[in-house]
Design a binder for this molecule. Structure first.
Ligand SMILES: Cc1cc2nc3c(=O)[nH]c(=O)nc-3n(C[C@H](O)[C@H](O)[C@H](O)COP(=O)(O)O)c2cc1C
Length: 308
């Protein structure tokens, strides 16, 4: 039995709903010896900023119960390098690319959008990182104010008609409320959820296990929170959602589809198993076969809200 996993969002068609969470899949070809990128539904890039960023001091990741903490601090080589070196690489790959961007000002967002808009054959959508917990000083934390997020959306919208996904975290406040604001300001969809701020202490050194003291918590520990927001945001707004937050197995992935996710972004799982994306994809297909589901849309929003 052939299972149709085709996923449609606005004018885009994805061969399946599996993608990678920003910042967890290298910056270019790092995963290519484990994963055939052309089997993925989409690739989402690590956050790109206008200027190169060195990121935070090491150590900047550590394992915790049920997850991991990271405080990478948006390390990346900047927009120019992305256009020169990454765009040509992704141009050769027959998989839609979603570029994740962040800025320190509205002008940064405009500049990033203008430049990326000029590569419509490669860049199919933008994901706006409005929610990185690891950049406090001066940097992208300027976005934490709700009015500024709205201005960012308006600024980006005025430069492009590419589909825009606003990436949010509960660190910003009530995600359901903020979702409404960013949709009104021009977002086509949401990316839910970015990491939750946390910490871990080395009890012998009495110090944080990461240099930045706090970091973003990801992995299974945040899955129920992510699932709840995907469900609630979809219920109220019916917009496309890229889900991330502890999707480690095909069963996790199916839960997110039932809650209302359109794309499923695999993050921390790729650190445990670099082939996690494709293993999850195979698991979803096997689940559909067993359940006699012909098209993946039969699972989407199949949540049964009857009282039990
Ligand atoms: C090491 C690491 C780096 C990340 N870098 C970014 C980033 O650059 N931009 C971004 O929007 N999210 C970033 N994230 C957040 C992930 O994209 C994802 O939203 C989050 O980890 C939840 O998914 P998961 O539990 O499957 O990892 C990062 C996460 C990790 C673990």
């Amino acid at each position: 039995m052939k299972i149709d996993l085709t996923t449609r969002i606005k004018n885009l068609t994805f061969r399946n709903p599996i993608t990678v969470a920003s910042g967890t899949f290298g910056t270019k070809d790092e995963y290519s010896k484990y994963v055939d990128y052309e089997k993925l539904g989409a690739v989402i890039t690590k956050t790109i900023t206008v200027r190169p960023r060195k990121g935070n001091s090491m150590p900047r990741i550590c394992e915790t119960t049920g997850g991991m903490l990271n405080a990478i601090g948006l390390q990346n080589k900047g927009l120019e390098d992305f256009i020169e070196n990454k765009v040509p690489f992704f141009a050769e790959i027959d998989t839609p690319l979603i570029v994740n961007i962040a800025g320190e000002s509205l002008d940064d967002f405009r500049e990033l959008t203008k430049a990326l808009h000029q590569h419509p054959d490669v860049v199919k959508a933008l994901e706006l990182n409005l929610s990185c917990p690891n950049v406090e000083e001066g940097g992208t934390s300027f976005m934490k104010k709700r009015e500024i997020m709205i201005d960012v959306l308006k600024a980006v919208r005025s430069e492009t008609d590419l589909p825009l996904f606003a990436k949010l975290s509960p660190e910003l406040g009530d995600v359901v409320e903020i979702a409404g604001d960013v949709i009104s300001a021009g977002a086509d969809g949401l990316s839910l959820i970015n990491t939750l701020k946390g910490m871990a202490i080395d009890i012998y050194k009495r110090r944080s296990r990461i240099a930045n003291v706090t970091g973003g918590l990801s992995g299974p520990a945040i899955k129920p929170v992510a699932l709840r927001y995907v469900y609630e945001v979809k219920k109220y707004y019916k917009v496309p959602i890229i889900a991330s937050g502890g999707i480690m197995t095909a069963e996790d992935a199916v839960e997110f589809l039932i809650a209302g996710a359109d794309l499923l972004a695999i993050g921390t799982a790729s650190f445990v198993n670099p082939r996690a994306t494709l293993d999850i994809l195979e698991g979803i297909t096997a689940f559909c076969k067993k359940q006699k589901i012909k098209h993946i849309d039969e699972l989407r929003r199949a949540f049964n809200a009857e009282k039990r």
